[in-house]
Design a binder for this molecule. Structure first.
Ligand code: ATP
Length: 389
């Protein structure tokens, strides 16, 4: 007779909290294996941004790959309509007639068990395992077990410790922030999400957002910069989606009145330096970087920095920052004297193209006796000093 853990969920997407929870239950209850069962339509909750069943199934398979005792079942995805746990358990009882089943639930799900369809059938088919989601959960879970579901016939074990404070909701709202997600998702699941573009804001959303904020010329420029940025990203092996987002949003606040831009900058906790204070043309990249973070929910620091430094550049720019800086000069509608040379250079070396544009800007500013922002100089020096060959 085997001891089998049954762990159902939306897994939208599956994360390390789910995997650690399976390991914890396996260890504590000496389970022989755990079945990970993504649901078809969850009866208990509304799931915005629900990825397709086949994607969620595939992500579960990728997460389970490293553990021989962790299996993925498509039993609920194959069944039409809502995924009721009592039906799943009845099928599993037929499949594993002489084995012992343990239904694994996180605290939030465990505390609603009395509302599930046919709870008595669930309690008859399986013992329950409740896992706290934060350190204050254990007492609540124990009280609920003894007061509410034990009288209904449930047998449960409440585990002591939360495994990891993470949720699929958190993951979905931080897509693109690879730093925040690297410890929360199995690497292969993260790669799958990126490859398939799951949970990302649609490009069209950004286009309609900027359409409201600017006139025709700047809108066309922004769309062209986004297209150019994607071309450069493809050429130099950068993330094309990030290039698109940073490109389409790089001038998002440029036509917002100056006073409002100053307020955005202040609200973002940024103090303008002396040169910036005297050059309103530099404000939009700073206010834009605050705006996309606070108003549009962009969390990717590389995208935010690409917007912030697209006018002056800076020393030590990332590949994406260089792409946006360059695309701003080489977008399709640009026709200044030297635009074609700049385009030609940009196809061979981003750095050479940037040196060319820095020279152009530095000459221009000094001819007008305008102040030069130190970041612009640092950018130029950095490029020249690190020139290859
Ligand atoms: P969402 O944020 O979309 O609601 P979720 O992270 O809660 O998703 P689900 O797929 O809905 O993930 O959860 C499946 C099961 O895993 C549920 O029983 C849930 O309580 C449990 N669970 C999810 N994350 C954790 C966690 N960090 N600790 C303990 N249990 C968890």
């Amino acid at each position: 007779m085997s001891r089998i853990g049954i762990f159902g969920g939306t897994f939208n997407p599956v994360h390390n909290g789910h995997v650690l929870l399976c390991e914890y239950c396996k260890r504590e209850l000496l389970l022989d294996k755990v079945l990970l069962i993504p649901d078809n339509t969850p009866p208990h909750k509304i799931s915005p941004d629900l990825a397709g069943g086949s994607d969620r199934l595939q992500m579960c398979r990728l997460a389970a790959k490293q553990f021989p005792w962790l299996e993925v079942s498509d039993i609920e995805l194959k069944r039409e309509g809502k995924s009721y746990t009592y039906e799943t358990l009845l099928s599993l009882k037929e499949l594993y007639p002489s084995d012992e089943l343990f239904l694994i639930t996180g605290a939030d799900m465990f505390l609603t068990l009395h509302e599930w369809k046919n709870p008595e059938t669930i309690f008859r088919c399986a013992s329950l395992i409740a896992v706290p989601r934060d350190s204050s959960d254990k007492e609540k879970l124990t009280d609920y077990y003894h007061q509410v579901i034990e009288p209904m016939g449930a047998r449960a074990m409440v585990l002591d410790e939360p495994v990891m404070e993470v949720s699929s909701t958190f993951i979905r709202s931080h897509i693109g922030d690879s730093e925040a997600l690297s410890s929360l998702l199995p690497t292969q699941v993260y790669d799958y999400i990126c490859q398939k573009g799951l949970y990302r804001k649609k490009e069209m959303d950004y286009q309609s957002i900027i359409r409201e904020l600017m006139g025709d010329y700047r809108f066309t420029h922004s769309v062209n910069v986004a297209q150019e940025a994607v071309t450069l990203a493809r050429l130099y092996g950068a993330d094309e989606h990030k290039a698109y987002v940073a490109g389409i949003l790089h001038d998002v606040t440029k036509e917002i009145p100056h006073e409002e831009q100053l307020q955005i900058i202040k609200d973002g906790g940024i103090i303008l330096d002396n040169v910036q204070q005297n050059a309103p043309k530099l404000w939009h990249s700073v206010s834009g970087s605050v705006y996309v973070r606070t108003k549009l929910g962009v969390t990717d620091e590389d995208i935010i920095n690409a917007i912030r430094y697209h006018t002056t550049g800076r020393a030590g720019m990332s590949l994406l920052e260089k792409i946006i800086y360059t695309a701003d000069y080489t977008s399709a509608e640009r026709n200044y004297n030297g635009a074609d040379v700049m385009r030609e250079k940009s196809r061979k070396s981003l750095e050479e193209a940037m040196i060319f544009s820095c020279q152009f800007t530095l000459q221009n500013l000094s001819a007008k006796e305008a102040a030069i922002h130190p970041d612009q100089l640092f950018c130029y020096n950095d490029l020249v000093l690190n020139r290859k060959g």
